[in-house]
Design a protein around this ligand. Structure first.
Ligand SMILES: Nc1ncnc2c1ncn2[C@@H]1O[C@H](COP(=O)(O)OP(=O)(O)OP(=O)(O)O)[C@@H](O)[C@H]1O
Ligand SMILES: [Mg+2]
Length: 324
């Protein structure tokens, strides 16, 4: 439904988006994740025909954003970072106005306005001036205007920003309900949001895609390389040194790295990492015990989505190049 190939966008000498490629299937909901300044908004602006790309191509439902912007715009609902609201209009009036602008037939207009007001929980403020709305309500009206013409594709730039916790939950539910019948890209820097709402994630850092995968795979990838905290103690006051233990643990099949952490009261603590997809806990326990040491602790240290995200974006910064 959305296809981006080699997309690059320069602002003067600054490259905001650098050779970005990705695809989004029909009905999919994709999280566009990245730190501040990564290029999320820029990519979305190109996709919504607000700006031309410097090079590369982007198509929506087979229509090119550069050559057929009219066709693209018809099929897209866009919630920008700052919703495009008219402060002097009432909410209902504004939604009717946007609906007309986006070509909703007048016979359906009232029903559509009612429907999106209901869906985005703004029915109770329909008579209110937009200038008098709180930030959260403005965000909801922004979402309502994005879906008024029932577009196939929704591009949502940080849809939950500025909302209170209850509204965040409601908005995520709303977005999830819209998926399936709509294809959705949403940008965020909130990792749990991606885990809760999206099927696929594209991580972007410094204008480049550093990872794209299903949320499930990415989470497994983090968890696939297992890290285990181990505490070992010599039996009966026997001497025992960290290098000795470390060497022994490094010989266990599937172990990729052993890091000595601390020594406290003759108890040695290590963090042992496994190769992807290898479970090492049983072998670790056996090795320690067979070496004649006490095993005081064996605990999985899960790598969180946060850690993988930081790892990916930090690696990108260090290497100065992209990888997928
Ligand atoms: N109009 C502009 N003129 C010049 N540079 C710009 C302009 N808009 C964005 N940039 C630069 O492009 C880069 C990407 O910005 P962009 O807004 O796309 O990031 P983002 O991922 O949306 O960040 P955030 O999470 O803060 O919204 C940044 O380095 C930014 O400074
Ligand atoms: Mg942005």
């Amino acid at each position: 439904m959305i296809k981006v190939e080699g997309l690059t966008k320069r602002y003067a000498r600054n490259i905001a988006v650098n050779d970005v490629s990705f695809e989004v299937e029909k009905g999919q909901i994709v999280g566009f994740l990245g730190p501040n300044g990564a290029g999320k908004t820029t990519t979305m602006r190109v996709l919504t025909c607000f700006m031309p790309p410097s090079s590369g191509t982007a198509t929506v439902a087979g229509f090119d954003v550069l050559k057929q912007p009219h066709e693209v715009k018809k099929r897209i609902g866009y919630l920008p970072e700052t919703p495009p609201l008219y402060p002097e209009m009432e909410v209902g009036e504004y939604l009717t106005f946007v609906g007309k602008l986006k070509g909703v037939p007048s016979s359906e207009l009232k029903r559509r306005v009612d429907e999106v007001s209901e869906r985005c929980s703004v029915s109770d403020v329909r008579k209110k001036l937009i200038s008098k709305l709180s930030k959260g309500y403005r965000q909801r009206v922004g979402l309502a205007q994005a879906i008024i013409h029932n577009p196939d594709v929704l591009i949502l730039d940080e849809p939950t920003s500025g909302l209170d916790p209850k509204q965040i939950i409601e908005t995520r539910e709303l977005i999830k309900n819209l998926a399936g019948s709509h294809t959705i890209i949403l940008s965020t820097h909130i990792l749990p949001e991606v885990e809760q709402v999206c099927e696929k994630v594209i991580i972007i850092s410094k204008g480049r895609v550093v990872a794209k995968d299903s949320v499930e795979n990415l989470t497994n990838r983090l968890r696939g390389a297992e890290a285990v905290a181990v505490e070992v103690e010599a039996r009966d006051g026997q001497p025992l040194t960290a290098p000795e233990v470390q060497q022994r643990l490094e010989q266990i099949p599937g172990v990729s790295r052993v890091v000595f952490k601390t020594e406290r009261d003759r108890r040695l603590q290590f963090e042992v990492e496994s190769l992807q997809g290898r479970s090492i806990r049983a072998d670790l326990a056996r090795t320690v015990v067979e070496s004649g040491w006490n095993l005081n602790e064996l605990r999985a240290v899960g790598l969180s989505l946060e850690e993988i995200f930081l790892q990916l974006t930090a690696t990108e910064a260090a290497a100065g190049g992209g990888q997928q």
